[in-house]
Design a protein around this ligand. Structure first.
Ligand SMILES: C[S@@+](CC[C@H](N)C(=O)[O-])C[C@H]1O[C@@H](n2cnc3c(N)ncnc32)[C@H](O)[C@@H]1O
Length: 232
């Protein structure tokens, strides 16, 4: 009998990788300075994204849904005084307009799968950011996952061919290399979802930060970073 594997979720998998993309530093450099109030959602066991904002002098508030990750971050020797609280992106335990910047780094928002939940998450992020403040996250892009030149390199070719052969680009979710089920959507769809929640797209950029040309990013970036703004 064929084995059925159950995809992992935020509560059944602890993410421990440290990957830095140049675009993250580019965006933090533009939006964060001394005492900027940053909410880092999905901080994870390593605290990578929260620590990056802290290094720039931000006042960082951090939340995470996975209790094992929270415990692990608590043992990090240099966690720069960041306390990691248990909370869900879909129900943020903060007052309206509490932050200047809300960020969900490295696919944290892709963990949210259904349309209703995604709208709820976007609305929550809009609620807690101040008017004129920013919401930043990245998202897998099925068009870029199909066409990005890096996917034709020998090391990536097998994964790319499987994605194309199984029409992975036609689906709303994908299974990543950790076995996690994650949302994927073209730039146009992510932009429309955010607009429904009252967030305007300021920019969309590839992971190297070398372009913010919307059409180029929409076609060729596997996992663009988005900067949205709550209208003033
Ligand atoms: C890929 S990790 C990124 C970790 C870290 N932010 C970084 O940039 O390296 C995504 C994190 O989001 C967390 N997460 C997923 N869904 C969440 C939710 N609904 N609320 C809060 N955190 C969530 C996951 O548990 C995971 O730790």
């Amino acid at each position: 009998m064929a084995e059925t594997s159950v995809p992992k979720t935020a509560t059944t998998h602890v993410y421990r990788h440290i990957i830095d993309f140049p675009v993250e530093d580019q965006i933090l450099g533009e939006l964060v300075s001394l005492d900027t109030r940053v909410l880092d959602i999905g901080t994870g066991a390593t605290g990578r994204s929260a620590l990056k904002a802290r290094e720039r002098g931000a006042q960082v508030t951090s939340i995470e849904i996975n209790t094992e990750a929270i415990a692990e971050f608590g043992t990090t020797p240099d966690n720069k005084g960041i306390g990691l609280a248990a909370a869900d992106l879909l129900q943020l335990p903060f007052a309206d307009r509490s932050f200047d910047v809300v960020q969900v780094a490295l696919h944290g928002f892709d963990y949210i799968l259904g349309c209703q939940d995604r709208l709820q998450g976007l609305s929550e992020m809009r609620r807690v950011v101040r008017p004129g403040g920013y919401v930043v996250f990245n998202a897998f892009n099925p068009i870029g996952l199909s066409l990005a030149p890096s996917g034709f390199k020998p090391a990536m070719l097998k994964t790319r061919l499987k994605y194309l052969a199984t029409a992975g680009f036609m689906k709303n979710t994908m299974i990543d290399y950790n076995g996690l089920e994650l949302h994927q959507a073209p730039v146009r769809v992510i932009t429309n979802q955010a607009a429904l929640a009252g967030l305007n797209r300021e920019s969309v950029r590839n992971l190297s930060g070398s372009t913010d040309h919307p059409a180029k990013v929409a076609l060729l970036s596997k996992a663009p970073y988005y900067v949205f703004r709550r209208p003033s």
